[in-house]
Design a binder for this molecule. Structure first.
Ligand SMILES: C[S@@+](CC[C@H](N)C(=O)[O-])C[C@H]1O[C@@H](n2cnc3c(N)ncnc32)[C@H](O)[C@@H]1O
Length: 338
């Protein structure tokens, strides 16, 4: 029943396929005991860092990512049998017994089939109810919420994010609620934040700081609005064809101010090494995927705080929705801070 590992998620820019390369370089060219992953996304880099460091600090400003970190990396005990029983009861629920709710009213026959959408809204309400009635502790609450995110990810009628749904008949009745597999973190010091990266950067000290910010105008809070909505569960009014709520958690890294914001962050960090990933999508034809910071701007900021080594790797990926293979280069900067 515990089916999902932390990287079993469709998430733009996740580094799960590059982890061996990234950590081979980090291990060779840095030293230290604490690792700060300040734009943590799926958390896959932090998970890998568990193999090498005693202290891991994880941060991202999205609500859903924060819940996922607390679920996978949390320290509070949880009752596996209890969670299995809850999952079993949920999967045995019949559509006919469920009332229409916020989720299927808005997203049914769009991002999910009508029946699956009703079930998702029902599960979300159930998890909240169990928490209110003290049937589950905080960790169990976060595990159930994360399990819901991972369970719906694979069946969403999208190319992997929620900028739009696919406009053809939607498959329905395919949702199975499975649980995530939390990580073993015994003996490790784990701290989790949901903060603006530049604010956190000035108050935290770590040996190695890993920077993987967004590099184009695509805002993560807009791409994953449906997941944020499901986790926050404030049932806001929605707008437009994509059914997005009002803007929240908009990143300066996706705006023209990005080079300045990046430079400020790099200068504020209190660490021995800064590790930055970067790729060359700035050659892309679509304006939304053009990079907001250039390779030279990154290098200039890093060189002002220390000595920088640059590594590159050819990386093949599928263009979302299309079948053509594109090769792009992934860069890794490692700066030894003066
Ligand atoms: C490229 S992704 C990171 C991917 C991650 N390394 C992984 O392997 O999954 C960038 C992340 O930064 C977060 N983010 C963007 N701007 C932020 C900010 N100003 N403060 C904190 N997090 C931010 C986004 O929510 C997104 O998850």
């Amino acid at each position: 029943m515990e089916k999902f590992n932390i990287n079993n998620r469709r998430y733009i820019g996740n580094k799960s396929k590059l982890l061996d390369w990234i950590f081979e370089k980090i291990k060779k060219y840095t030293k230290g005991n604490s690792f700060l992953d300040i734009f943590s996304g799926t958390g896959s880099v932090s998970k890998e860092a568990l193999n090498y460091y005693d202290e891991i600090i994880i941060n991202d400003f999205l609500f859903s990512n924060n819940v996922i970190y607390k679920a996978f990396f949390g320290k509070e005990d949880y009752d596996k049998q209890k969670l299995r029983k809850i999952a079993l009861d949920i999967n045995n629920k019949k559509f006919e017994d469920l009332k229409e709710n916020y989720f299927d009213k808005n997203f049914g026959n769009k991002y999910f089939g009508k029946r699956d959408a009703r079930k998702i809204g029902f599960i979300r309400d159930e998890i909240e109810k169990k928490k209110k009635e003290n049937e589950i502790n905080e960790r169990e609450y976060n595990i159930l919420l994360s399990s819901l995110v991972y369970s719906i990810d694979k069946i969403a009628n999208t190319v992997g994010h929620y900028e739009a749904y696919i406009k053809k008949s939607v498959r329905d009745n395919i949702l199975v609620f499975n649980l995530i597999k939390p990580l073993e973190t015994k003996g490790k010091k784990i701290t989790i934040f949901r903060e603006e990266a530049n604010k956190l950067g000035e108050k935290i000290k770590a040996d190695i700081v890993f920077l993987d910010p967004p590099y184009n105008s695509r805002q993560y809070s807009r791409f994953y609005h449906l997941i944020e909505n499901l986790i926050e569960w404030e049932k806001p009014e929605l707008f437009g064809v994509a059914l997005k709520p009002k803007e929240k958690n908009m990143s300066d890294y996706c705006r023209n101010t990005a080079p300045k914001v990046f430079d400020n962050l790099v200068k504020k960090l209190n660490c021995k090494y800064i590790v930055v990933t970067y790729n060359n999508t700035y050659n892309s034809k679509s304006s939304s995927s053009k990079n907001k910071i250039s390779f030279e701007e990154i290098l200039k900021s890093l060189n002002e705080v220390g000595k920088t080594k640059i590594f590159e790797k050819e990386y093949k990926f599928f263009n979302a929705g299309k079948t053509d293979f594109k090769a792009h280069k992934e860069f890794l900067f490692i700066t030894e801070v003066k």
